[in-house]
Write a protein that binds this ligand. Structure first.
Ligand SMILES: O=C(O)C(=O)C[C@H](O)[C@H](O)COP(=O)(O)O
Length: 340
């Protein structure tokens, strides 16, 4: 099955290597770490490619065995890497100390000065990657990298605007990155959001953008925030978010919510137990939503696909959700028993 008949999707951002403590070990207990390839925009690319979409990733990697490893993982996920530039320099890394029970996982970044973070906008061929594209997906992680990252994100959305390609922007607020420099995330993210047709983010992200608290309860508060975002961002057509209640690190309750200008839909909550890997579940949600949105599905089907894809990702180790469309449909229809 292919979903690419009428054009491809471009994702733009940094690809990272993740080093995770195996099992629920503390870093101090480990002699070896599990290495996988990830990064928010690569994860969305991998999800969409696995779901049958034609996806190009626009990024830059080091000319080194680490860069080769990252590119090979993108290719293995079915992502077109023709627009992946290579240069001397370092690979962005992050370290994950895996949590268990009431002890949450924690992340340490080691990505300052990476090939991607030190790239200039003129080192990317945005125009050719975006030619004939249906969507550009990027996230708040790129501008959080520093002034150079802000310039990259601005150049990407400017190129999408001039090519008439809709933009999906995932707020992906990473305090560790924004707090590492003299940043003004509100001003920077608000400016980028002016170009967004789809936003992945919840009422807290909208509060950050608009500098305003929303007072209602549950669904009312989310609707109030969404309406304020639609007023502030004229191009915006869809806001997608999850409502996540964390019981412990292995057990979350999750619902998916979509807000359009004239309607909203929130799914019922799913009990997600036995969580294998929570990292990348937000990106899987984005991929599930975009998968249906690109097909022109209604809010109910789009929210269900986002929910199902993120729930499935909680069972898949690594950053990327490589589950295909048949498994997604079968899972949505049947729940979790063995298929024989
Ligand atoms: O933090 C970053 O900069 C990364 O890109 C690492 C991870 O790949 C994403 O953070 C996963 O994001 P979630 O899907 O929200 O769990």
């Amino acid at each position: 099955m292919t979903n690419s008949a009428s054009g491809h999707v471009v994702t733009f951002g940094e690809v990272l290597l993740r080093f995770a403590t195996p099992g629920a070990r503390l870093t101090v207990q480990c002699d070896a770490l599990d290495m996988v390839v990830g990064g928010a925009e690569a994860n969305v690319a991998a999800g969409l490619a696995s779901l049958g979409h034609d996806v190009k990733m626009l990024t830059r990697l080091p000319s080194s065995p680490l860069g080769d490893k990252a590119r090979a993982a993108l290719n293995a996920a079915g992502i077109d890497t023709a627009h992946v530039g290579r240069d001397t320099g370092r690979m962005g890394l992050y370290f994950l100390e895996s949590g268990a029970g009431l002890r949450p996982s924690s992340i340490t970044y080691d990505r300052a000065g990476s090939v991607f973070a030190t790239s200039r906008a003129d080192q990317f061929d945005f125009a050719s990657a975006l030619e004939g594209a249906r969507l550009l997906h990027l996230s708040g992680i790129t501008p959080a990298l520093g002034p150079g990252g802000v310039a990259l994100a601005q150049a990407a959305v400017a190129a999408a605007n001039s090519a008439g390609v809709p933009v999906c922007f995932d707020g992906n607020y990473r305090a560790l990155l924004w707090d590492a420099w003299d940043s003004d995330p509100r001003a920077i993210l608000t400016d980028l959001m002016q170009s967004a047709t789809v936003m992945i983010g919840n009422h807290r992200d909208i509060s950050l953008l608009l500098g305003k608290a929303f007072s209602g309860d549950g669904s009312d508060r989310r609707r109030e925030a969404a309406l304020a975002a639609f007023e502030a961002f004229p191009k915006l057509q869809l806001i997608a978010s999850t409502a996540r209640h964390v019981v412990n690190s292995g057990h979350h309750r999750i619902a998916a919510r979509l807000d359009a200008r004239d309607a909203a839909h929130q799914t019922s909550e799913v009990d997600v137990t036995g969580i294998v890997d929570r990292i990348g579940t937000g990106d899987a949600f984005a991929a599930g939503v975009l998968h249906k949105w690109l097909q022109g599905a209604d809010l109910v089907a789009t929210a269900q696909a986002g929910l199902a894809y993120t729930v499935l990702k909680h069972t898949v180790p690594g950053d990327m959700c490589l589950v295909g469309p048949e498994e997604l449909e079968a899972f949505s229809a049947s729940g979790g028993d063995v298929r024989r």
